[in-house]
Design a protein around this ligand. Structure first.
Ligand code: CA
Length: 543
């Protein structure tokens, strides 16, 4: 009561005259202390409202759109991903995002450099990333961002452009993984590091949160939190072993499709769920006693057949592994909420490329088909993006770096081939936005027996030229395969089950697409002049 009277007196000009100097001093002192206390409170709430926002980039490895429930696939109901979906529900869902070369190392290099592999030098899994190049991490770091990468790196050379890194050597392990921390000598990309107790997705998130806690809070942050999961071989956390126990995983309509793709109708090309390709067969793999989660016998061959059983086993292993990602995305979102960082942070969820989940009898990626080249992409940034937005523009992994640079108010280097899609995510797609995309898989026949190919995808059609040459690429198999073409009408055949290349109704359209493909190659500086053997082959097989 006494204090209130005093305040009243302070606000009353007539009484103020009688207020002696000593009392005035005490009141000024009290007000200063209160002011300091309020300032401390503001610092504790963390949201500094930097002119440029924080960027939290969460990327998993081989996480198919079909395994993320917001995309509404056949798996959405049995395998929901509420935390990942939250990013899209509170922000924007992108439906047509593609990797320009659907394998880990090249896609990661393209994300950082904004360039295709033929420009940044990473065409195959064996190519080393040029860590002297000017890339996203480096530019953001120079512009005043506090930068870090934690988790899977897979670019061979030591990470540059990051104030802090703690990365898995090579592919890394699912249980008690090693992580290589900045400061330790970088001798071998796939060896070294310190052992961390626990499951890899949890460890990567623990380390990401630890870095967020201890970061320099006077700067905005750019954190790349990169998961190993759900990359094969799929070893799930103990807590997920009973997930889907009594569940029959729904089948894709093309699981039993066989021999529809490839020069010899696919007998020996590409990975297979069935034993079609004995060298890369899921059925053969999961029948082995040393399969990490136990051989298929322990799962039980069903009356529905071996392919069905191999598919069930693969999908259960894969989805259980992916479940750890959803939980850990939830942990990061909670951290942002609790620390009042959600409003001023752009949160991105994506994967380096897609993954076949039994479609066309395939697992793995590499092919230019939809399940492989499609990347999930969900972005939340409440200050600029309204909730529940949907975008259908053709967006590529090379567009990521320009977008984050524009967000950070940085100049986009001319050598970046991608374009910023910042305005696209605010429902304002530029009029000259690309209407088609160029794709190229270089690593001829390696590992999963996919012939080298390139092609063009528009919103409605896809044309692929399987040239089948190694072209001295690192890791490519030195045996050419027969060249062939495929063409799909995506509007009428979204699952790419009917190759219409030889259908006369599409003759003129295919001719037009071939021209467009050549123009695109010229524009992107990926002409085949360097490879006379390919030029020669094109002369024979282009028309
Ligand atoms: Ca990958």
């Amino acid at each position: 009561m006494f204090k209130l009277m005093r305040i009243k007196n302070l606000n009353n000009p007539n009484k103020f005259k009688n207020f002696n100097f000593k009392k005035k001093f005490i009141w000024i002192f009290i007000l200063c202390v209160c002011n300091q206390f309020i300032k401390c409170e503001q610092i504790q709430t963390e949201d500094k409202n930097f002119e440029t926002p924080n960027i939290l980039y969460i990327m998993s490895d081989d996480h198919a759109k079909n395994a993320i429930s917001i995309y509404g696939s056949r798996l959405a109901e049995i395998s929901p991903t509420p935390n990942i979906d939250r990013i899209g529900n509170e922000g924007i869902i992108f439906n047509h995002v593609f990797a320009t070369n659907s394998i880990c190392t090249p896609s990661r290099a393209s994300i950082l450099t904004g360039q295709y592999g033929h420009i940044n030098g990473v065409n195959t899994l064996r190519d080393d990333f040029n860590n002297n190049s000017n890339h996203l991490g480096k530019i953001l770091q120079k512009s005043g961002y506090n930068t870090a990468i934690i988790g899977k790196w897979h670019l061979h050379t030591e990470p540059t452009g990051f104030d802090y890194y703690n990365v898995l050597p090579g592919q890394g392990k699912y249980f008690n993984p090693m992580l290589k921390e900045k400061g330790e000598p970088w001798k071998y990309h796939n060896k070294g590091g310190k052992r961390y107790e626990g499951y890899v997705s949890d460890v990567i998130t623990d380390e990401s949160i630890k870095w967020l806690e201890n970061r320099d809070k006077s700067k905005p942050f750019f954190l790349m939190s990169h998961h190993k999961a759900p990359h094969g071989l799929w070893e799930y956390a103990k807590r997920h072993e009973n997930l889907f126990e009594e569940v029959d995983i729904p089948l894709p309509n093309s699981l039993y499709e066989n021999k529809k793709h490839g020069p010899l109708k696919g007998e020996k090309y590409g990975s297979s769920i069935s034993d079609r390709n004995p060298k890369r067969s899921m059925l053969n793999q999961v029948s082995r006693k040393n399969w990490p989660t136990g051989a298929i016998d322990t799962f039980g061959l069903t009356k529905k057949g071996k392919i069905y059983a191999a598919y069930q086993k693969y999908l259960k292993d894969y989805l259980r592994t992916a479940a750890s990602i959803d939980e850990n995305v939830g942990r990061l979102l909670d951290y942002l909420d609790k620390n009042n960082l959600s409003d001023n942070t752009m949160v991105i969820y994506t994967s380096d490329q897609g993954q076949f989940l039994g479609e066309h009898d395939y697992f793995d990626k590499r092919w230019m088909y939809e399940e492989s080249i499609s990347m999930p992409l969900l972005i939340r940034y409440p200050k600029k993006i309204k909730p529940k937005q949907v975008n259908n523009d053709i967006i590529l992994n090379i567009d990521f770096a320009p977008t984050f640079l524009e967000l950070a108010k940085q100049t986009i280097p001319l050598e970046m081939q991608g374009k910023s899609f910042l305005s696209n995510m605010q429902s304002n797609t530029p009029k000259d936005w690309r209407k088609s995309m160029y794709y190229r898989y270089w690593m001829h026949m390696a590992s999963h027996y996919n012939p080298a190919h390139y092609g063009i995808r528009t919103k409605e059609y896809k044309l692929i030229f399987f040239y089948g040459l190694p072209l001295n690429q690192k890791g490519a198999v030195n045996t050419p395969t027969d060249p062939y073409w495929e063409f799909y009408d995506l509007k009428n055949d979204p699952n790419e089950n009917n190759n219409l290349y030889f259908n006369d109704n599409y003759k003129n359209l295919i001719k037009k697409l071939k021209n467009e493909l050549n123009l695109k190659k010229e524009k992107l500086l990926d002409t085949d002049e360097k490879y006379p053997e390919l030029e020669k082959l094109k002369e024979k097989h282009w028309n």
